[in-house]
Design a protein around this ligand. Sequence first.
Ligand code: ADP
Ligand code: ZN
Length: 283
Amino acid sequence: MICGIEMGGTKTVVAVGTEAGEVKEEHRFETTDGPETFERAIAWFREKGEPSAIGVAAFGPVSVDPEREDFGSMLATPKPGWEGFSIRQALLDAFPDAAFGLDTDVNAAALAEAGKLSDVVYITIGTGIGGGVLSGGRLVHGALHPEFGHWRPVRAEGDDFAGVCPFHGDCLEGLASGPAIGKRWGKEAKDLPENHQAWDFETHYLAEAALTLLATVSPKRIVIGGGVSQAEGFHERIEKIVRERAGGYFPVLEQGSFIVPPRHGQQAGIRGALLLAMQAREG
Ligand code: ADP
Ligand code: ZN
């Protein structure tokens, strides 16, 4: 039995899936603290059978390096009941024989969206901005894991908003996340009309992000998901700006469909968790 868990800020998704990463059955419940959330996940899996592998798509910050002793533990976070909680230990105690895989939610989504491509970036724009990177067929980790939302972009002309990131003010998340748009314009992103200036700024920042990624990790595709990305014409507009600013420098832009919505939609994260389980089982 291949199992996946996608931890979300508000909802947790658990699923049983196929070896190809397809969801056979899933269940959602409210995310509370670490121990309680995993107790509920474990109870649901027990009802379904005996897991042979479990993959977790986790929110950060989380230790994602299998070489480290604290692999699978939640790091310093203001979320009550999560700091220091070991996801790996909780699952190992319940299912000692199951293989264990874990990565960030956005890395998991990058894996699910990649298909046969070896180099893909996944960005989500919702309450925060997160980025996952598949490079040369491997999910990128480093000292921690990519935190692309906290990169600082070149300002859009006429934008002097201070930004909402509690750590950096005007990083990408501080300028372009859902809460940033809400504070900047006094209206939720979903309620802003297509021709509102907010979308000129928003597409500027995401185009800057895409250009920076093109010049650094060199993806073959950038997938942008999350609530804010559902705005009308979002991906096409960003791709057009990227092409104008790239100066003909990046051949990958010639083929089109470089910046796309997730083909698995809301399921990208949980499908990624199932693929992480498969990778763990194959060692
Ligand atoms: P979370 O990070 O909590 O999962 P979501 O990915 O659901 O958040 O994103 C929520 C944000 O997306 C809110 O700021 C909301 O205004 C915005 N949003 C939702 N639907 C749309 C839409 N169709 N167009 C633009 N923005 C949207
Ligand atoms: Zn920041």
